[in-house]
Design a protein around this ligand. Structure first.
Ligand code: HEM
Length: 227
């Protein structure tokens, strides 16, 4: 349920802030980096007081980053020429970079303890599978984030860049798998909140899939009609 509010607020903020984001993306990247640094410092006991705690909401559970990734993916599934498409497509790369920065905070928080357990050999098979998914997600976030910068795109050939960006599809699928690894154990033991989260995340990913397949079908039809 919580995620639905975060998602709605993030989507509204993306729409409302699209012009300043396009005009001065570096300010948004700097703000996201500052939030992550404050979060990591606070979570590791380097900050006193509780002023930094709002950063927990923004970074620790990764809901804002996931919402931004979902907005970025949904932009790619919107009907071409629609109003939403015209508003959001120009800031797709910028939204993706902000999402990657916030997500890095989440990943840095959890990757080290996971890796320590993997090295110590104290992981069962489900945990190990979840760790492998997390490592792949980590690599994909770095790749997708770096290649979203305009200057990197210019230096890569158009085709190579497109191929790298296509990794967004497995990334999004693995993000769903990651959420299921995190939530399914509690949901299967009767945890109502975890079960509600499983349903909500699954509905979001299924909605995206249906919209994207419909868009591919429409593009194909338009292509064959104009050929
Ligand atoms: C190195 C990669 C990653 C690691 C090690 C990792 C680890 C974790 C852990 C341990 C939790 C449970 C936290 C808790 O119980 O409070 C969690 C939750 C979560 N992760 Fe990740 N994660 C990674 C990547 C990602 C990515 C790439 C995304 C988004 C695209 C993501 C989205 C989430 C979300 C939304 C939750 C909260 C689920 C909920 O409570 O409803 N994570 N992650």
């Amino acid at each position: 349920m919580e995620f639905l509010f975060v998602f709605a607020a993030t989507a509204v903020a993306a729409l409302a802030l699209r012009e300043p984001l396009k005009r001065c993306p570096v300010a948004f990247y700097a703000l996201a980096c500052a939030v992550v640094v404050v979060f990591l410092a606070g979570a590791n006991g380097l900050l006193s007081g509780s002023w930094w705690k709002p950063a927990i909401v923004l970074v620790q559970r990764c809901m804002v980053a996931l919402s931004l990734f979902a907005v970025v993916m949904l932009i790619g599934a919107l009907p071409k020429g629609s109003k939403l498409d015209a508003w959001l497509r120009p800031v797709r790369a910028e939204l993706s970079i902000v999402a990657c920065i916030l997500c890095l905070g989440h990943m840095c928080m959890y990757l080290a303890p996971y890796a320590a357990r993997a090295v110590a050999g104290t992981m069962g098979a489900p945990m190990l599978a979840s760790f492998v998914v997390a490592v792949v997600l980590f690599v994909l976030v770095l790749l997708l984030g770096v290649t979203s910068f305009g200057f990197v795109k210019q230096r890569m050939g158009g085709r190579t860049w497109k191929n790298v960006q296509r990794l967004a599809y497995p990334f999004f699928g693995l993000a769903w798998a990651h959420l299921m690894f995190m939530l399914a154990p509690a949901a299967s033991k009767g945890g109502e909140q975890a079960l509600a989260s499983v349903v909500i995340y699954t509905m979001l990913f299924a909605f995206y899939l249906v919209l994207r397949l419909y868009r591919a079908y429409r593009d194909k039809r338009a292509g064959s009609l104009s050929a």
